[in-house]
Design a protein around this ligand. Structure first.
Ligand code: C2E
Ligand code: MG
Ligand code: MG
Length: 682
């Protein structure tokens, strides 16, 4: 238990009075005694009593003088003083209160009455101390002004927030603190609310002593005295600088991409919406460029995400550089960027911008020891010509971009309404293809590969055909679609199984044949590709030596290390590997040497028009001789004439494949060819 008791000072020059008072008070209070005014003041200064019982008539210094001195001293003026005196004159009573006494008791007094009054005044004092404590320790700033808004009191928090000391503020009008951020109308409304409802609260910008303006949340209420007159205004506020900063930060984060700091998709759509409204009103033309990086996924997967991230940052810098002030660059997600060109004037300008972007991106990206080459596909669409709303325009841009990508990437395409129909066709094609896989509308055709020494069929390429209701659909059309939608996985597996099964049959019939099956990039990325191949070989009974896998340069280059690893495993199993469409990519023969490839297939485009096309003649013969020196077999694709054949044979090409000997044919026709022992005659 805490046994601290309030300290009461009894000041009287008569011992009997002192005894009387002591008797009733001593149990509940600690007591101090002073027999004259001087002693009383000494005691007060030393001991800070909680209350003083003060006699008036004393020699040397009377009680009034003691009280007057207490009240002018800051340290003692809040100590409640109760006068106890034999002077019953009303003027004296009044004077006692005027001097700041809280109560006045006349002698002869009733001791219990004095005790009750002491208690009441101590409680009041306690309450005041409590209010003062709240005022002092509040973290919110509190400003009390009079009815003319002249500041009378401020708490320490005000000094902390505003930088002004209490002394600098007291006596100033409250608008001393204001910033120039709000107009007269703001303050007029504020005062209207205070006058009508007695309160106002809201966000307001004020100025600190150092000149900085800052937001605060301020609640003002008017204080009416007991006579109903407004005597004071009390303003309570907290500094919102930090909250505001966090709010701004959050707002920024919600609207920007963390990696590149570019506006994100959400913000881009807002901006687009705004621009559409504006452009519509002013009859202006607007262009949207939709960008997608070509092959970014491969770089990201093979080089690691840190490099991928740095690349994206560099790309966004280049885009900002290309666009400058003339538009908004945004990262829509992943490797997609959107550009908004406001008031673009004419289509020509948008096309120029797209061309500039393609050029800028073509510059190599340097990271650590690597140089990366990256290209972008850009779709361009215009408001108001191609669409009236943000959603349609973005969809159009995407569609046009897809077109640019399909045509090989590193280019731009302008949206045309034909693309819209194209997309509809594509969607129905996709649905149909799904069904085709399920309902086995797919067939495998075989195209023979013929040995240029013996003239005999030594192997064949399995080429998928889709016998749809509307006739045969070319794989050149649906393979890219299957690749994009992921349907290539079940489709590829189906082709592999069918080809392996059929080849096993032919081998069992005594034909020493190897079947070549195409592997798409997407399949090559499937984690369980090797297991899938093993499974099919086991299921069909085909030996690995009976299977050749055709892959393209893109597959290898996109993910070099992984590709070497995977291909080595395939080679270890005894599978054959062929590089398809060789010459259409960028890789050199020497570069390819690090991959365990058995065969090179020279792309049809180089075989075309030989021997009359000098350039193709040069390229083809160079490829053949280099391949030979590296110990690779060479197959020429798309051989259509006897002249081509003769030339290839002279150059030492090993095999040919092409319409000159046979187009891809159904199983039955291929069996017939075998049975007839069809061969090339030279
Ligand atoms: P590819 O692997 O380069 O196949 C060779 C393509 O050239 C085949 O077209 C074939 O019919 C065609 N061709 C062969 N000889 C000649 C000729 O003398 N003249 C002309 N003009 N063309 C000739 P196809 O069957 O339309 O296949 C196109 C592409 O589709 C293939 O190119 C291959 O990349 C892909 N593909 C076909 N079937 C499959 C498959 O089952 N899986 C995967 N992943 N891709 C496939
Ligand atoms: Mg092929
Ligand atoms: Mg090919």
């Amino acid at each position: 238990m805490n046994d601290i008791k309030p300290l009461i000072l009894i000041v009287d020059d008569t011992l009997t009075n002192i005894d009387l008072l002591s008797d009733v008070l001593k149990n509940e209070y600690r007591l101090g005694i002073a027999m004259n005014g001087i002693k009383a003041l000494e005691f007060v200064n030393k001991n800070q009593p909680d209350l003083i019982l003060l006699d008036i008539m004393m020699p040397e210094m009377d009680g009034f003088e003691v009280c007057r001195r207490l009240k002018i001293d800051h340290a003692t003026r809040d100590i409640p003083v109760i006068f106890i005196t034999a002077m019953t004159d009303k003027n004296h009573v009044a004077k006692g209160f005027e001097l700041g006494g809280v109560d006045y008791v006349t002698k002869p007094f009733h001791a219990l009455e004095v005790k009750a009054r002491v208690k009441t005044h101590l409680l009041l004092k306690n309450q005041l101390a409590m209010s003062a404590r709240i005022f002092e320790s509040s973290l919110d700033g509190i400003v009390v002004s009079d009815s003319d808004t002249v500041i009378q009191m401020v708490n320490p928090a005000v000094t902390l927030i505003s930088g002004y000391s209490a002394a600098e503020l007291i006596g100033q009008k409250t608008n001393f603190l204001k910033s120039n951020r709000h107009g007269d109308e703001f303050y007029r409304k504020m005062w209207k609310s205070i006058n009508e409802t007695g309160r106002w609260s809201g966000e307001i910008w004020n100025r600190r002593k150092n000149g900085e303006i800052y937001p605060q949340w301020l609640a003002i209420s008017s204080f009416r005295d007991l006579w109903g007159k407004v005597s004071n205004y009390v303003g309570v506020f907290h500094d919102m600088t930090t909250i505001k900063r966090q709010e701004d930060e959050l707002k920024y984060q919600a609207r920007h991409d963390a990696l590149t700091s570019l506006p994100n998709r959400t913000f881009f759509q807002y901006r687009l919406q705004d621009s559409l409204t504006y452009s519509l009103r002013h009859g202006e033309m607007l262009a949207i460029l939709f960008l997608d990086l070509d092959n970014f996924k491969h770089i990201n997967d093979s080089m690691g995400h840190t490099t991928g991230d740095s690349l994206l940052q560099e790309i966004s810098q280049r885009l900002l550089f290309c666009i400058g002030e003339s538009g908004v660059v945004s990262r829509l997600g992943g490797d997609e960027f959107g550009i908004l060109l406001e008031d673009v004037g004419n289509e020509e300008n948008a096309v120029k911008t797209a061309g500039r972007i393609n050029e800028t991106m073509a510059q190599p990206f340097h990271f650590k020891t690597h140089d990366f080459f990256l290209t972008v596909s850009i779709g361009i669409t215009f408001f108001p010509n191609d669409g009236k709303d943000a959603e349609t325009l973005l969809k159009n841009g995407d569609m046009a971009m897809f077109r640019a990508k399909e045509s090989g990437g590193n280019s731009y395409q302008i949206f045309t309404s034909a693309m819209d129909k194209e997309v509809a066709r594509r969607l129905s094609l996709e649905a149909n293809l799904r069904r085709a896989i399920e309902q086995e509308e797919l067939r495998v055709f075989y195209q023979p590969k013929v040995d240029l020494q013996s003239g005999r069929i030594v192997s064949m390429e399995a080429l998928v055909r889709w016998q749809s209701e509307d006739g045969i659909v070319s794989p050149a059309e649906f393979i890219p679609l299957a690749e994009k939608t992921g349907l290539i996985i079940p489709l590829g597996k189906w082709v592999l199984r069918a080809a392996a099964l059929q080849t096993k049959k032919w081998r069992d019939e005594g034909y020493d044949l190897r079947v070549a099956v195409n592997l798409s990039p997407r399949q090559f990325q499937e984690e369980n590709l090797l297991e899938m191949i093993d499974e099919i070989l086991e299921e069909t009974g085909l030996t690995p030596q009976g299977l050749e896998l055709e892959i393209t340069e893109g597959v290898v280059m996109a993910n070099e290390e992984n590709a070497i690893d995977l291909m080595s495993k395939m080679a270890d199993k005894g599978l054959f590997l062929a590089m398809d469409d060789f010459g259409t990519g960028y890789s050199s023969l020497y570069y390819l040497k690090q991959f365990p490839i058995n065969t090179l297939k020279i792309d049809k485009s180089f075989v075309d028009n030989i021997p009359s096309d000098d350039e193709n003649v040069a390229i083809t013969s160079a490829i053949i001789s280099m391949a030979k020196s590296l110990g690779l077999e060479v197959v020429a694709e798309g051989v259509e004439t006897g002249k081509q054949l003769d030339f290839l044979r002279e150059q030492g090409c090993d095999e040919m494949q092409g319409y000159y000997f046979s187009p891809p044919v159904p199983t039955g026709d291929f069996s017939l060819m075998l049975a007839e022992n069809k061969s090339l005659s030279f």
